[in-house]
Each structure stands twice: as C-alpha cells, then as structure tokens.
Design a protein around this ligand. Structure first.
Ligand SMILES: [Zn+2]
Ligand SMILES: [Zn+2]
Length: 502
C-alpha cells in the first residue's frame, strides 16, 4: 500500500497547473462517475474476496493457509484497482482542473491536491471496510488454533481499531511527510519569482523546496512516533539485553519503543537518519508472542539496518533518482529548444515533460528501490543471524564458525564474515514465526521484501556456503558504491550546469 499512496502523491504533483496537457473527458457526468466510481469499485472487489474467504472458512477452518493466501491476493487486487482509479481519474478526466477552479480552495496552498486525492483515500477506506470481515475471520481461526496449543492471544481487533491502525500505518506513514511537501510545492511555485530574486538563482525556488523536503524527511521519525501509537520499552531484563546488543554493535539511537497494535501485528522497524532522531520499534505482538531469543534475532535485524547505514543509502537513492530523472528531462528540454522551430507549442511540450518526469520517478522507485531494498533486507537478515550466534557448545549443527563443518573451510574467507548454522536457523525460525503470527503466507512477496521462504533459504545457503555469503555482501557493496559515486557525479554535473556565472 505504501507504494500506491506514494505513487498517488507523485501523480497529483505531476499534473501541470492547467491540467493534463492532453485532452481529457470533460463531461461533468462522466467526470463524477469516474472519480466517485473508484470508491464502490474498490468496495466491490473487497467484498467479493471477503465473501469467498468467509464462506470457505466457515465450512472448513483447516483451509486457513489458503484463506490467508486468498486474502493476500484480494489485497493485491485492491491495490491494483486503486492504482487504476487514481491514474484514470487524474490523467483522463478534468477532475484536477475542476478542483483547482473551486473558489474557496484557490488561495490555500496544497488544498487542491489534497481535495483531488480525497476520492482515492475514500476508496482505500471502502476497500478496508469490505476486507475487515475476512481479516477478522482469518485472525479468529488463527487465534483458536493458538489457544489449542495453549499460546495466549488477545481478542481480534474491532472494526474501528482495525481502520485506525491501517490508516495510521498504511496511509499516514506516506501522507504525513508528503502533505507538507505538497504545501511547500505550492508555496515555492507561488513565490517562485520572489525566491529566485532573493537567492539570485534561476532555480532558487527549487532549492528552497529541496531544503524544506530535506527538513521534513529528517524530522519524520518524530512525527511517526506519535502517529503510530508508541511508548518507551519499560526497563527490565529484555531492555537490558537489547541495549547491550546495541552497545556491542556501537550504535546510537534515541529510544527503543513499543509499537501498539492490540497485539495484532508482530513486527519491528527502525527509523531515523541520525542517533538523536532515531527510534527502534518493536510491536506489542512481537513482545507478547515471541520468546526472548527470537525477539533478539528480530532486533538484530533492525540494528543491522543502522549498522550498514541502509537509511542513509535510501536517501542517496532518493537524491540519485531525482538527479537522473531531472537530467533526462533537462536533456529532452534542451533538445526541444534546439529544434524549437519544429515544435508549435513549447509550453505544451514542457507540460508533457513534467508528467513524464513524474512517471519516470514512479518507475525508478517501483523497480529500482524494490531491488535495492530487498538486498538490504538480506544483509540485515545476516546481521540478525550473527547477533544470535550461540556459544560453541550450544551450536548443534555442522558450522563453519564453530569449526564443525563437514567440508573444509574455504581458505580465502574471513572468519567474521561467516554465519553460524545455528544462528541462521534461529533467525530463520523467527522469520517463520513472524509469518505465522501475522497470517502472511510464507511465499508472499512485497515491494520492499522478498518472501519469507526465500529469505529463509538464503540464510541457510549463506551458513552452508561462506563463498555465497561473501558474493552477496559484495553485490550489496557494489550497489552502495554505485549509489554514492552516481550521486557525486550527478551533483557535479548539476553544479556545472547551473552554477551562477554572473
Ligand atoms: Zn528490515
Ligand atoms: Zn555454529
């Protein structure tokens, strides 16, 4: 869902002031049918999946795993419906033009974009509303199975808590930083001439926008801390152990937080670029339903993200993606100017390029970011496995770290790079347990993560074959170097192109 919400904001930002440069549907009746139609359409998709899940589950509770798969597929179809809805209503109708012409909205920065997105948000809500009964039924059966095994569990969340949780975690995580950016974008646009005069730069207004966006990105963790209901992890044995883990890895952070979800979510996360603004989150479900060793393994994964500076490299990815897309559109613009005698409407060509730039941004993020993120997750998995390496007499598998492997050690591998087979198994067990407790099929993939079963296989392979682990680490190093050098080269070209000469 993150990606769909992110794409929706980018799409709305891509629409030029006067609307899409191509001709759009401007019959009022069709405009309203399309714009509002996405809400019932999403609801119907949700309803159909829910009905088939519930019907089957009532007859056959043992069908649970398939029910989870089906629910997962339903959520995917809902996301596709939402994506189609936003693209069609924004790009193929005069909806944005209509909203921008509304009198009371005109003077308020960001208001037109937010209102234009309202039907999209309403469609998201409609989808959740219709999926809730299936989500509830699946969780109910899963809980009954747990109670059979005498594992304590909380009652399933009510509709209101479900909607509030989903909204805060799936929409607000993107919307909270994007809304200020949309407002800043209108502001920079409105005061463009003044900002250019003030800074003496032709791109002064863009520079101001980038600075504001950077500030928002920096402080987003503080915002999210409150949007996702969190509280400090109380002191005790577990916190002591986790703090020791951080001390051993020599990292700084602001706080370890419990992330409240009525026990429905078993997960952990880390956010923040710098120590003073960095939080490590552990969900209440994780703390309640997993053993301490597994919590430590999951926590180890999160500190792996900090240790390997993944968040900083995500920032580089963001900068580089903008430099690449900016570079491509700039090059095309200059080509158009060069051949301008062949073009009738330069300003229209500019509008097309503006839309194209945003489409490119969505593509770079959809394809590139997913690939980078999956690799970073693997690297953190390895760190998590290392953080639960047992002592030699607790390790009960053929293992390179503890010199009990069945094959000779590869000569050129560093001891510190190897993964203990027992540590890897402990970590893989934690992943598996997370999938079960969250009701995620282990084959389910997402934009940012490869499937749990794939991650488990990868861990096993890394423990069994140190050269494979080394190759994986090397490929991630190459990604990082590419991001760093690419950004430096891009910035150098930008400075060379735009440095004020007089
Ligand atoms: Zn992770
Ligand atoms: Zn071992």
């Amino acid at each position: 869902m993150y990606f769909v919400v992110f794409a929706a904001f980018v799409i709305i930002l891509s629409v030029p002031e006067a609307g899409p440069p191509w001709s759009t549907i401007n019959s009022p009746v069709w405009r309203w049918i399309i714009v509002l139609g996405q809400i019932p359409l999403t609801a119907i998709v949700g309803y159909l999946f829910t009905r088939s899940v519930i019907k089957k589950l009532e007859l056959e509770p043992a069908w649970l795993q398939n029910a989870q798969k089906k629910l997962n597929r339903g959520n995917l179809v809902i996301r596709l419906t939402l994506t189609a809805g936003i693209i069609i209503s924004i790009y193929l109708t005069d909806w944005v033009v209509y909203v921008r012409a509304l009198k009371p909205i005109k003077g308020i920065w960001g208001m037109d974009e937010i209102i234009a997105l309202l039907p999209f948000f309403a469609a998201i809500f409609a989808g959740w509303l219709c999926v809730y009964p299936a989500d509830r039924a699946v969780r109910q059966v899963a809980i009954e199975l747990q109670l059979w095994l005498s594992i304590p569990a909380r009652p399933v969340w009510r509709l209101r808590r479900f909607l509030s949780f989903m909204f805060r975690h799936q929409v607000m995580i993107i919307a909270a930083p994007m809304i200020p950016i949309v407002i800043a974008n209108d502001f920079a646009h409105h005061y463009g001439p003044q900002l250019r005069r003030l800074t003496g730069l032709a791109w002064g207004h863009e520079a101001v926008l980038v600075i504001i966006a950077g500030g928002i990105f920096l402080f987003a963790p503080v915002m999210l801390r409150y949007i996702w209901h969190t509280r400090a992890l109380p002191s005790g044995e577990l916190r002591q152990r986790l703090e020791n883990l951080c001390r051993r890895a020599r990292l700084t952070y602001r706080q370890i937080l419990i992330w409240e979800s009525d026990g429905m979510v078993v997960n952990a996360a880390v956010m923040g670029l710098f120590g003073p603004l960095r939080y490590i989150l552990l969900s209440d479900g994780l703390l309640e339903m997993m053993e301490d060793k597994k919590i430590e393994a999951v926590f180890g994964h999160e500190i792996g993200h900090i240790k390997y500076r993944h968040i900083q490299f995500y920032l580089l990815f963001a900068i580089l993606s903008m430099l690449i897309v900016g570079g491509i559109t700039e090059l095309m613009m200059r080509t158009i100017y060069y051949w301008s005698e062949y073009f009738e409407h330069i300003s229209q060509a500019q509008d097309y390029l503006h839309v194209l730039a945003m489409v490119l941004i969505v593509m770079v993020w959809g394809l590139g970011f997913g690939g980078v993120s999956r690799r970073f997750e693997w690297q953190s998995d390895l760190f998590g496995a290392r953080s639960v390496t047992p002592s030699a007499n607790e390790c009960n598998r053929p293992c390179f770290v503890h010199d009990t492997a069945l094959t000779p050690k590869p000569a050129d591998q560093k001891q510190s790079a190897m993964i203990c087979a027992t540590g890897a198994a402990t970590f893989a067990d934690s992943l598996h347990r997370i999938a079960i407790l969250n009701g995620i099929p282990i084959e389910a993939r997402s934009w940012r993560h490869s499937s749990i079963s794939h991650r488990m296989q990868l861990l096993k392979k890394c423990a069994q074959d140190p050269t494979f682990a080394a190759r994986l680490e090397r490929s991630i190093l190459i990604i990082k170097i590419t991001l760093l050098i690419g950004t430096l080269i891009g910035l150098a070209i930008a400075v060379w192109l735009y440095w004020p000469t007089n």
